[in-house]
Ligand binder design. Sequence first.
Ligand SMILES: Cc1cc2nc3c(=O)[nH]c(=O)nc-3n(C[C@H](O)[C@H](O)[C@H](O)COP(=O)(O)OP(=O)(O)OC[C@H]3O[C@@H](n4cnc5c(N)ncnc54)[C@H](O)[C@@H]3O)c2cc1C
Length: 424
Amino acid sequence: MPIVFDLVAVAGILAITLYGSLQVWRSWQEARLATRYFGQEIELLQEKIERQQQISQVAVSRAKDAWEGFRKFELRGKILEAEGICSFYFAPHDGKPLPPFNPGQYLTFKLNIPNEDKPLIRCYSLSDSPNHPDYYRVTVKRETAPRDQPNLPDGKSSTYFHHVLNPDDIIDVKAPSGHFYLDTEHQNPVVLIGGGIGITPVLSMLNTITAMDSQREVWFFYGARDGSELIMRDHFSQIAQQMPNVKLNICLSRPRKEDQLGIDFHHKSRVSVALFKELLPSNNFDYYICGPAPLMDSLTSDLYDWGVPKNKVHFEAFGPATVKSVRDTQSEPASASTDKQLTIELKRSGKQIPWSTSSGSILECVEAAGAELDSGCRAGNCGACEVAIIGGAVDYPNEPGAPVEAGNCLTCVAIPKENLVIDA
Ligand SMILES: Cc1cc2nc3c(=O)[nH]c(=O)nc-3n(C[C@H](O)[C@H](O)[C@H](O)COP(=O)(O)OP(=O)(O)OC[C@H]3O[C@@H](n4cnc5c(N)ncnc54)[C@H](O)[C@@H]3O)c2cc1C
């Protein structure tokens, strides 16, 4: 009997001990989970604080180191990236610090080209991340005469960059500007799309995401005709290998025999919304697009058709043709009742030029009438076409990239709102 009693007692003690241990283990597990949860929360909070601190530091140094007008820069390096495409590294001649920029912004250059009667103004996107305080890099494609008009001259500025500019040469540069840039404050998922030389601003965005070691989801699409047109192929592969959150997609529309599917490129097609529908988990991304006119036209309108809100589609146009066609897809077609008939008066010459909705910008309309106005980028970015308004008012179908002084307008992107008199 005492043995049976002992056994029951031992079993009872064991059960109590086991129950107690279980409770302690549970509490310990809960405490551990709570610590881990709060630890993660604290880490996230710390990351947020660090990001905010970085953003404020960037804002302070941007305000402190920015400059007005043109500043002298020296060419420090020139690297051939692909046939007809070179990268140029510039450092400030005064040796003072460089302000950071937003990835996607561009520089405006004033070029004194031999035998040209006035300096040429051109914009080039910054192609590296802002995490290099000692240089700015741009990557320039040499524009040759159109295939169907080989007698026309090659592109003036891009030929000057490629054939005339050499290390140590000095050049005039305006501070970084432009509204097309990656939102780095929020970590929402993005689709970055570069077609041809339009890769440059999205390359800067990708390099920034990499430099920040950001975990945000990135789908990167790079479109070209064939492998000979691609730049920095190895750089992109390396990023995709290091960062599982970056999904690299190289699309070649007409690959050469030596371009190997799965090795040199991923899709034998153009970049298209049909491809996004196959690959992306949803349409819920911010889209940043830069490329030739047909690519921009089809992507922007197909994204809207797919239900992507307009404020999630961001794009940059590199030239007048692109600007025009993208603008046309965004604005309502002119009907007989909305087609205004106005007049642009050039005050100094006294010339009166009729303008209607189909005449395009003030600059296009004036040039079509055989008169001349100063111009630069022809995309509302460089400010070279700014003139004073003497009478009337203007509208901007798209917000210009360059700041405009009160009472002035940028003729390359402005249209008359009423009969207009300008100081030209
Ligand atoms: C915001 C922005 C960012 C940009 N970023 C980049 C960048 O990162 N990289 C880049 O390479 N470019 C970029 N560009 C484009 C760049 O600014 C220039 O437009 C481009 O280099 C061509 O300039 P160009 O002076 O060489 O050519 P232009 O002299 O302006 O000639 C352009 C084309 O017209 C042809 N042409 C010449 N005469 C005629 C004629 N009479 N009739 C018809 N055609 C003619 C030329 O052969 C050439 O093909 C950017 C543009 C903008 C607005």
